[in-house]
Design a protein. Structure first.
Length: 371
């Protein structure tokens, strides 16, 4: 059968994947998993305050924490510019995520809570209570946030049409000032005994996830590619490093003031200049993949890993649990002098196991569409 050139234009074409987005998806799910290593890797500086590598360990969280905001940015980049009816959003998107939350929460409940001394009705009641009041896996809070984003999607789509470049830059300035500088200045003045009235923060009207949804759309669809140059990437990278230096220094100073570092103390300044780091990682990836011609093999790998990332995230608590025995009994025993590398290897193994499970599960048509 032959197709005329005229009719060929009307045939559906395969959706082209943006390689920088697929790469970011694959990278960021690994970073999300590494976040959950806690003091074994993510916040190792708490456990190793005398280490020669303490400055490196202290800087790690401020870059690893970019993972979730980048996921929000990707969602904004891909969804805010589309046109869909509210009914289609509910049928195509919200219904899908409701199924994902329910099915994979059941899987995690069975895996982690099957041994509770409860009757069958007791397990059912426990499951639905946990499903409603909390997330059954550490990373699943993202799914709840994402459903909230989808519920607001028609409104945000109207909003971005009215946004100007000046308004985006104004929004960025508000974030850097109220999320970045205000907490730092407040702590330097009051040493933790006084904070700005929470309700004075104008970003309450635009939550942190929504901020990144909007900025992802702007960076991906409005910011000119011509702005993404090597020189501008260096400038943005230097700003990000400066933000990391300030936030890391304040984290260290907070520990000194408090008489010791704890998990709660360490988290105080994690978000202070997170936008700078997040924007740099996203923009640098977009710039690199635009400026460099990657091979067909690398493209296929990026697309494969990107397509598997959602499934890897859904199983990440189980895969970390399964591979933790190797980390505890082999890596810490034989590579005990380099604990950070131990944690990196552990998460690489958990990630690879998640890839395998997801690849197998996607052989089932229902799950292939779902994840």
């Amino acid at each position: 059968m032959t197709v005329s050139p005229e009719s060929a234009h009307s045939l559906p074409r395969p959706k082209l994947k943006k390689l920088h987005i697929e790469f970011l998806r694959a990278l960021c799910i690994w970073l999300v998993m590494f976040t959950h290593t806690s003091t074994a890797g993510f916040s190792l500086y708490i456990a190793r305050p005398q280490s020669f590598f303490y400055p490196l360990y202290l800087a790690v969280p401020f870059w690893v924490k970019t993972a979730v905001p980048i996921f929000f940015m990707i969602s904004g980049a891909l969804l805010l510019g589309r046109e869909e009816s509210i009914a289609r959003i509910w049928k195509k998107r919200i219904w899908r995520f409701l199924q994902v939350i329910f099915i994979f929460s059941i899987i995690n409940y069975i895996w982690f809570y099957h041994s509770l001394p409860l009757s069958v009705p007791g397990h059912v009641a426990k499951f639905f209570t946990m499903l409603y009041t909390s997330d059954l896996a550490t990373a699943y809070y993202f799914l709840y946030i994402y459903i909230s984003f989808l519920l607001m999607l028609p409104i945000w789509r109207k909003l971005v049409k009215a946004m100007t470049e000046q308004l985006y830059l104004y929004l960025i300035c508000l974030n850097i000032f109220f999320v970045g500088f205000v907490p730092v200045i407040s702590f330097l003045i009051f040493k933790g005994t006084g904070e700005m009235n929470y309700f004075l923060n104008p970003l309450l009207a635009v939550s942190e996830p929504t901020f990144y949804f909007l900025l992802g759309y702007w960076i991906e669809n409005i910011l000119p590619q011509s702005w993404l140059t090597g020189k501008n990437m260096i400038r943005l990278g230097l700003c990000a490093l400066l933000g990391t230096f300030i936030a890391g220094g304040m984290t260290w100073y907070h520990g000194v003031i408090a008489g010791g570092m704890t998990e709660a103390i360490s988290e105080r300044f994690y978000d202070s200049f997170l936008f700078l780091n997040t924007a740099f990682v996203y923009c640098a990836c977009r710039w690199w993949f635009h400026e460099h011609q990657v091979s067909e093999r690398v493209s296929r790998i990026c697309i494969f890993l990107g397509s598997m990332s959602f499934g890897v995230m859904l199983f990440e608590e189980i895969t970390r649990n399964l591979t933790h025995v190797i980390y505890a009994r082999l890596l810490l025993k034989y590579l005990y002098r380099i604990p950070f590398i131990d944690a990196v290897i552990w998460i690489i193994m958990a990630y690879a196991l998640g890839l395998l499970i997801t690849w197998l599960l996607k052989k089932i048509p229902y799950f292939n569409k779902l994840i």
